[in-house]
Structures are given as C-alpha cells and as structure tokens.
Write a protein that binds this ligand. Structure first.
Ligand code: PAF
Length: 284
C-alpha cells in the first residue's frame, strides 16, 4: 500500500492505474477508522481494481465551536486498517494541500435538503462536505465512491451534488455498522464516558421500537417521530438536538401519511458528544 501526502503524488499514482485501464474506488474518510469504514473499504475492494482511502479531517465542515481540534487523528492505525481491508493508496494531505488558497471556491447544495436536520444545527457543515468531496472526486476521478448510511443526510446531499454537477461516478451507500449492543459505529464514540456510552443506547433502541410501530402499520410520519422522541426522553442523559422525519430523497416536509420512503433521523448530545442515527422507512 502506498501513502500519498500530496496532490501531485496521488495524481501520478492514479495516472498509471488509469493508463492500465484499472477501475478506481474512492473511500473518503476523516480517519479514526472503525468497522464502519472497514466495510466501505471492503466493498470498494470487491468492486474496483484499485482502492483509494482518503484520510483528511476537513476543517471547512466544522463550525467555530465544534471538535476540529480534538477530532481523533490516528494516521498510523488508519493505514494499518486500510491496508488490511485491501486499500492500495491512502491519501492523507495537509489542510494547506487541500486548500492552497485563502480565497475559497465553495461547492454548495442549496435548498431544504441542506437546511433541515444537521444543516439547521450546523449551518456551514454541508458546504464544507460538498466542497471537499468535490475536490476528492476531481483528484481521484473514481468510478465508484463509498459512503455510510449513518450520515443519511450527507448521502442525500452528495447524491444531489453528483446529479447536479454531472460527476461521472457511482455513489455506493453501505448500511450502518453497529456495535453488538446496537450503538452505531462512529469515530466520536471514543469521546463517550462509560455512563454516556450506556445512555447512548437509547438511540438505536428507540429507532428499533419505531421500526416495529411502522411494521405494525403506523404510517403517520409525525406520530412515528413523536413516539421516538418520547422514548429518547426517558433517558435523563439524552439532550435532544432533533428527532424528525422527512421524505426521501429530497428531505421535504413529511406531513400526513408516509408515501415512498421516509428518513427518521435523530441527533442527540450525551455530555459534550453529539451522536446521530437514523432509520429509513419504506412504504411498499
Ligand atoms: O463522512 C465523513 O467522514 C466526511 O464528511 C467526509 C465525507 C469524509 C468529508 O470530509
């Protein structure tokens, strides 16, 4: 496996692969790789000739009072995991390499899709994500790019960006990977105290109950969200940011009965740590 730290190195490596007619899979990450990322790398390895994993804690997607400075940086361990799962290249640039000019060029998806859920609590977040992911797409020119369903809104925003900007690649969305007790894997889980870690189980548990209610025939989106919120409120350590349901794929308002697919999404703080989780409800 090769570690590339500069744009020039990455381009040189990929030019060789492309000349040989090899397909390229890209797995964009912010590092602190866990089993969720490993599942993306494995999928990329199965579906492409060459796999690039980017490891870059992207400053532009963090708000002023967020965890940019404390976000875990574990490049050595990340390289071992990436290699074990079949990556050919790890691309780990500096911030200066990715953002060489102080005058920024932004890629921004506008409208409701970026204003609801995390877009409301983190107003500049998705602009940072779409900007850095566009840069990575332009650099790697992958045939396929891999993202996890845990960041459900990110996935929908990126799908819109790919469509609107005619990026010539396939987005591959992989299911949420959970701990044995149900907690969705996240690099931010490492911030949790044992008490908070236990309390955080309320997220997956209440989404599971909502899924049962839906399976039993409840189609009223608002009722499903309220039911989930009430369950989360039974955990005293849970400080709710949102518990909401939107229509897929545009994340428009979901009033009245659910049709097509709905996204039931939650964001909750446990101490200083904000966790997200979600459930897709498909009306057949
Ligand atoms: O999902 C993430 O880890 C990040 O938002 C991404 C897609 C790597 C962009 O920085």
């Amino acid at each position: 496996m090769i570690l590339c730290k500069t744009v020039a190195e990455l381009r040189a490596e990929l030019a060789i692969a492309r000349n040989e007619g090899r397909t390229i899979g890209l797995v964009p990450t912010m590092g602190a790789l866990h089993e969720g990322h490993a599942s993306l790398i494995r999928a990329a390895n199965m579906e492409n000739d060459l796999v690039v994993v980017s490891v870059f804690v992207n400053p532009t997607q963090f708000g002023p009072n967020e965890d940019l400075d404390s976000y875990p940086r574990t490049l050595e361990a990340d390289c071992l995991i990436a290699e074990r799962e079949g990556a050919d290249i790890v691309f780990a640039p500096t911030a200066k390499e990715m953002y060489p000019s102080e005058d920024m060029t932004w890629v921004e998806v506008t409208g409701g899709i970026t204003n609801v859920l995390c877009g409301r609590s983190r107003p500049t977040h998705f602009r940072g994500v779409t900007t850095v992911v566009s840069k990575l797409f332009n650099l790697a020119q992958p045939d396929r790019a891999y993202f996890g369903q845990k960041d459900a809104q990110q996935v929908q925003v990126l799908a819109k960006m790919v469509k609107d900007l005619f990026f010539n690649l396939q987005l591959r969305i992989m299911p949420i990977v959970r701990e044995a007790d149900g907690l969705a894997k996240s690099s931010r889980n490492t911030y949790l105290s044992p008490e908070e870690r236990r309390a955080a189980l309320i997220l997956s548990r209440s989404l599971k109950e909502a899924e049962k209610l839906f399976a039993a025939g409840e189609r009223d989106g608002k009722k499903l969200a309220e039911f989930t919120e009430e369950l989360i409120k039974t955990e005293p350590m849970a400080d709710i940011d949102y518990v909401e349901i939107y229509r897929m794929p545009d994340l428009s308002e979901c009033s009245g009965p659910l049709e097509g697919a709905g996204l039931l999404a939650v964001a909750v703080r446990f101490g200083k740590t904000r966790l997200i989780d979600n459930l897709v409800l498909e009306v057949k």
